[in-house]
Design a protein. Structure first.
Length: 147
């Protein structure tokens, strides 16, 4: 797992403390030590599937960055990209957290639900360049672990 997290749109990576334009697109946010875009996993540190995915990627020698969406919530632009990709599937409606939402919030848009309670995001979400995957089923495992 790479330790470099770069959150700026720049022609080349530099330390995070450097000043440049804020990121407008999630696809331009993270680079590895070689200047290549690193795979990003969005999830929670406490999510069992997220931790399984991280361990599998580490074992396969894959370069990735993990982002805990509860500790570091998605921006409106980042959430918009993921909603455009997955739609309502991005909200996990099988959890106690979703059942505990107010009726008003349950009938709100996915963006509003996730902004109010990031833990509702179905996870893990993988972003590798312009390719996105949701979950940790066999098809996703095959796709993200492929050479």
């Amino acid at each position: 797992m790479t330790s470099l997290q770069h959150r700026h749109i720049c022609p080349s990576p530099h330390p995070v403390s450097a000043t440049c334009a804020p990121a407008l697109d999630v696809r331009d946010c993270y680079f590895n030590e070689l200047g290549d875009r690193a795979m990003i996993i969005y999830g929670l540190n406490t999510c069992a599937d997220c931790n399984k995915a991280r361990k599998a990627l580490e074992a396969a020698g894959k370069d990735f960055t993990f982002r805990d969406v509860r500790a570091d919530p998605l921006s409106e632009a980042e959430l918009g990209v993921l909603i455009a990709e997955f739609g309502d599937r991005l909200v996990d409606r099988t959890t106690n957290d979703w059942r505990g939402l107010s009726d008003w919030l349950k009938h709100s848009e996915a963006e509003d639900q996730l902004a109010a309670k990031p833990k509702l995001m179905a996870r893990p979400v993988f972003q590798d360049g312009d390719t996105y995957h949701l979950g940790w089923d066999d098809a996703v495992q095959k796709a993200v672990l492929a050479e």
